[in-house]
Design a binder for this molecule. Sequence first.
Ligand code: NAD
Ligand code: UD1
Length: 338
Amino acid sequence: MKILVTGGVGYIGSHTLVELSQAGYDFVVYDNLVNSSKIAIDRVYKIIGKDISFEEGDIRDTKRLKEIFAKYDIDSVIHFAGLKAVGESVEKPLYYYDNNVTGTIKLLEIMKEFNCKNIVFSSSATVYGEPKKVPITEDAQTGIGITNPYGRSKYFIEEILKDLYKSDDKWKIAILRYFNPIGAHESSLIGEDPNGIPNNLMPYISQVAVGKLKELQVFGDDYDTKDGTGVRDYIHVVDLAEAHVKALEYLNSQEKLDKPLIVNLGTGKGYSVLELVKTFEKVSKVKVSYNITTRRAGDIAILYANPKKAKDLLGWEAKRDIEQMCRDSWNWQRGNKK
Ligand code: NAD
Ligand code: UD1
């Protein structure tokens, strides 16, 4: 039995392959490489020392997906494949909805055809929109106040998965709402490698530190937070990867679910932009120049998770602290200057 890992060449997917392998799972990776490079597969091979089944293909390509399901004995899917650039999604909403939403529907259709009804889906804390209170729990309202098509594509997919379960309760579905993944594998062989100028804070900080970018623009210091800058729940990507193994174990341990499992994956701690900059400077011993500028459209002041449900149900909690996140991001960045 194999696990199909869609988008497994990407940032979170590649780290999850390492954890799956270490937990003894067998998998096949399916990715169209639109936002990743096959080099990551070679790097994962270096870490795990085992051959990796890789199949290039798009989740919207049902013919290709059928071939994959016919070729391998797949009993579960971890579904990372998706586009994730918020700004680009505003410019190209149809492209985002087609790739993320239509792509997921096609994947689910083929899964159904091959009677494979276990899926772990990469969702995002962005589905909460502007939260009424923090730390946020999974029963908080979703879908209201999401500011971009990327975020809405995640919300729509969550709703589709819930409807699918209602139509057939043999589906075992885990929806994982990631907070802000940062860091890299401690080997520095794999990590986050964004195309062009990064949109997210940590890759921006590390590229300033390595001299690739001049200075960080801090988007606003007038929020109602400890130092006025935005607060987020940063989570080490290896902790996040471990949670996927736990989610899969959970699905396998249950004969049936009474509804899709929805869990937050965060640390439960919020750090401000300036706290992240200071921690990065401390562990790297490199100064990160920054300039305070205006707020970024669509940003919220503060968001962090209540991660209790993941602990109670999956027996998972984040172990790696903010210093380790910064250290591993830095080590990855300076080893991969490009
Ligand atoms: P990533 O871009 O590094 O990885 C996504 C992978 O999916 C890439 O390798 C890409 O080539 C592949 N892909 C995209 N569209 C595809 C398609 N149509 N067919 C086949 N492969 C396709 O992103 P990531 O950070 O590893 O994110 C993984 C998942 O987690 C995504 O669904 C993303 O939306 C979600 N997520 C990410 C974050 C984050 O901050 N990184 C936060 C919340 C949720
Ligand atoms: C963003 C996306 C969210 C997505 C997540 C992970 C928006 C509005 N939200 O979330 O949909 O799921 O990334 O991909 O884009 N910051 C700066 N300067 C920068 C970059 C960021 O000050 O150059 C600040 C932001 O204002 C925020 C914090 O850093 O306060 C974190 O930003 P970011 O890494 O982009 O993540 P989110 O905004 O949480």
